[in-house]
Design a protein. Structure first.
Length: 167
């Protein structure tokens, strides 16, 4: 009889909260039905530094950590994120196979290398999402749980990544 390893009961995703591409990916992942609970934490938060500070690449790479302490970094963290979702779990298995893994790694590495440039382009859409300046013609009207001001309709803070206090 072969020993079976248990699937993780929870997956924690640590993302770069200063990267617009990463924040949009976080927002997308939050809309996906997941087969395991997924916790999304800004890598620069005090919580992340205190609990995951020893993980290589924290804040520079996407990091996924399961409840047993196993960590995936960079392209493998993208696959782990896909694995958590109901819709893309089959793709995660497919992309982790020897035939497709090198291509998936190349693709996710390419995305990561371009994310800063793309983030600057995406960030140009708004002037400021947390200060008193006009944002899309309106003043900031909400605040996140840490008190950063946010624009109307914004669900997650672009400073710290935590949700709005307004339901």
């Amino acid at each position: 009889m072969t020993e079976q390893t248990a699937s993780p009961g929870k997956l924690t995703i640590l993302y770069d909260e200063e990267c617009e591409v990463c924040r949009r990916a976080r927002d997308w992942l939050m809309t996906q039905p997941c087969l395991v609970p997924v916790e999304l934490i800004p890598a620069g938060s005090e919580f992340a530094k205190a609990n995951y500070g020893s993980v290589t690449g924290l804040g520079k790479e996407l990091v996924a950590v399961d409840d047993a302490g196993n960590a995936w970094i960079g392209p493998s963290a993208f696959i782990a994120s896909m694995w958590a979702t109901a819709r893309y779990r089959r793709w995660a298995f497919r992309l982790s196979q020897p035939r497709w893994a090198p291509h998936a790694e190349q693709f996710f590495t390419w995305i990561s290398e371009k994310r800063i440039r793309w983030s600057a382009w995406l960030d140009e859409e708004i002037e400021c999402s947390w200060c008193e300046k006009r944002v899309e013609g309106e003043r900031a009207v909400a605040a996140c749980v840490n008190g950063h001001l946010m624009r109307k309709g914004q669900r997650y803070c672009t400073v710290c990544g935590w949700p709005s206090n307004v339901s």
